[in-house]
Ligand binder design. Structure first.
Ligand code: PEP
Length: 258
């Protein structure tokens, strides 16, 4: 990370875990042990039905609540979907877009791009996820694949808006598998993402954008990953479901030595 130029962001992704009652319990415990350090932004992206409970519980804190997806359309006949302005009205600050689990359900780069544009228009901070499969890594096409995901996902995003975004590099083979990318592997890709941003938007913006790593990040490996120069935080699944573990990751991000 590089605190001089960009924000450190520690974001939880609860996926399809926890009920609204369990959300309330988590937040009560989390609030009592939450680190007071001011160096990193903390986000918790929760299932849609848990958003009201999470927002209520975190109202007086610096923790931003987020959603795990949104629809690209403003309103209309999209049964079961949730629009970006609904998330804003419910108190969300962040939205995860293009997570590999949603891409696996058929979401394309074009869909992700449309959602990113809508989220930005509505004032949400999109956490746009990119990442390669194990097969793609073994074929040696990680960089090309991720460059394509970034370029497609950011199509039409202007210089004024890109500054509000967060990008998360999440190798699919490391998500929920306990198999973390080594700090060097994660750094290599995060650095190449910054290079793509530099080519698209220039050095100043590339230097300022926060790029997170996600994929089995936990309280034990967080420090070494976050110590890499181009890793500005983490998107955390499993370990964000347990207050003590999530807090330890935040504490790792707050270490003055990195
Ligand atoms: C995720 O789903 O974004 C993720 C990184 O999950 P986990 O930390 O459980 O691998």
């Amino acid at each position: 990370m590089n605190r001089k130029y960009r924000k450190t962001v520690i974001a939880g992704n609860w996926k399809m875990n926890k009920t609204p009652s369990e959300t309330k319990e988590f937040m009560t415990e989390f609030k009592t042990i939450m680190p007071k350090g001011r160096w990193c932004d903390v986000a918790l992206c929760v299932p849609a039905v848990c958003i009201p409970a999470a927002v209520r519980a975190m109202r007086e804190t610096r923790v931003g609540i987020g959603a795990e997806n949104c629809n690209a359309n403003a309103s209309g006949a999209y049964t079961g979907e949730i629009a970006a302005n609904m998330l804003v009205d419910a108190g969300c600050k962040y939205v995860i877009l293009g997570h590999s689990e949603r891409r696996a359900m058929g979401e394309t780069n074009e869909d992700v791009n449309a959602k990113v544009l809508t989220a930005l228009e509505n004032g949400l901070v999109p956490i746009m996820c990119v990442g390669e499969s194990l097969e793609q890594r073994e074929q040696g096409i990680t960089e090309e694949w991720i460059t394509m995901q970034i370029k497609c996902g950011l199509r039409g995003v202007g210089e004024d808006k890109i500054r509000k975004m967060v990008i998360a590099y999440e190798p699919i083979w490391a998500i929920g598998t306990g198999k973390t990318a080594t700090p060097e592997q994660a750094e290599e890709v995060c650095e190449s993402i910054r290079t793509v941003i530099r080519k698209l938007y220039g050095a100043k913006i590339a230097r300022a954008i926060s790029i997170l790593y996600g994929g089995s990040m936990n309280e034990k490996n967080a420090y070494d990953l976050l110590a890499q120069p181009d890793i500005d935080g983490g998107l955390i699944g499993g370990a964000s479901l347990v207050p003590e573990k999530f807090v330890k990751i935040i504490e790792a991000a707050n270490q003055p030595t990195i």
